[in-house]
Design a protein around this ligand. Structure first.
Ligand SMILES: Cc1cc2nc3c(=O)[nH]c(=O)nc-3n(C[C@H](O)[C@H](O)[C@H](O)COP(=O)(O)O)c2cc1C
Length: 194
């Protein structure tokens, strides 16, 4: 059976105790949480060293778009049971303790036990613009592998959901991603001229 992947924001502890914030898809298996970061990853280093992490379930898609465009400074508060940081925008969060590591040179698999779980606000329903921002964020993370025409066609489709259903946060996140794509395209044009 295919395991569902949930797009979350993981906060980990830097060695100086500050928060490191990065989006990761996570899976659930037998009540445990599986995280599989590609090397190299600051989050991976932090999780292996501190042996804990927080998964934040947030509908603030600026954090996903921000991670890909150099904006990683979001407000947090201390976790309850583990040494860690929780995003203020989390609708819910889970505090995790590392229990197993399947090492791999490319993509190790980390298994966590849920030590604590809190719901802060209710889920308000699906929003198409939020989904569109996530899809655009994934495209942006793969710009170096995708032909510009394919990116342009997919963005044109996703933009319909932005136009129809976005709020302020979604528009902001979308603008950051579009700026990143424009810069990438400008670099490609520059390369062609050189
Ligand atoms: C929606 C979304 C899901 C992601 N899921 C993963 C993942 O499962 N594994 C991974 O290595 N990177 C994933 N990424 C990319 C990481 O967030 C990105 O590489 C980040 O910089 C992690 O590196 P760091 O730990 O060094 O900060 C995802 C990005 C987005 C936008």
């Amino acid at each position: 059976m295919t395991e569902m992947i949930y797009e979350t924001v993981i906060t980990t502890l830097n060695s100086d105790g500050t928060a490191h914030i990065a989006p990761f898809g996570v899976r659930e298996r037998d009540g445990h949480i599986i995280v599989a970061p590609f090397r190299p990853s600051a989050s991976l280093d932090n999780m292996l060293r501190a042996r804990c992490a927080v998964i934040n379930l947030t509908d603030d898609v600026r954090i996903f778009a921000g991670a890909l465009t150099g904006r990683r400074d979001w407000p947090t508060f201390p976790a309850t049971r583990i040494a860690g940081h929780v995003l203020e925008s989390a609708l819910a969060h889970r505090e995790l303790e590392l229990i197993a590591v399947k090492d791999d040179n490319t993509r190790p698999e980390l298994t966590f036990r849920v030590a604590h779980e809190i719901t802060h606000r209710p889920f308000r329903g699906f929003n198409r613009a939020q989904a569109a921002v996530l899809e655009a964020a994934v495209l942006v993370s793969r710009l170096h592998m995708l032909p510009p025409e394919k990116v342009a066609a997919e963005i044109a489709y996703l933009n319909i959901a932005i136009e129809k259903t976005a709020g302020e946060r979604e528009r902001q996140a979308w603008a950051w991603l579009m700026e990143r794509i424009e810069n990438h395209n400008a670099e490609l044009r520059g390369d062609n001229l050189a």
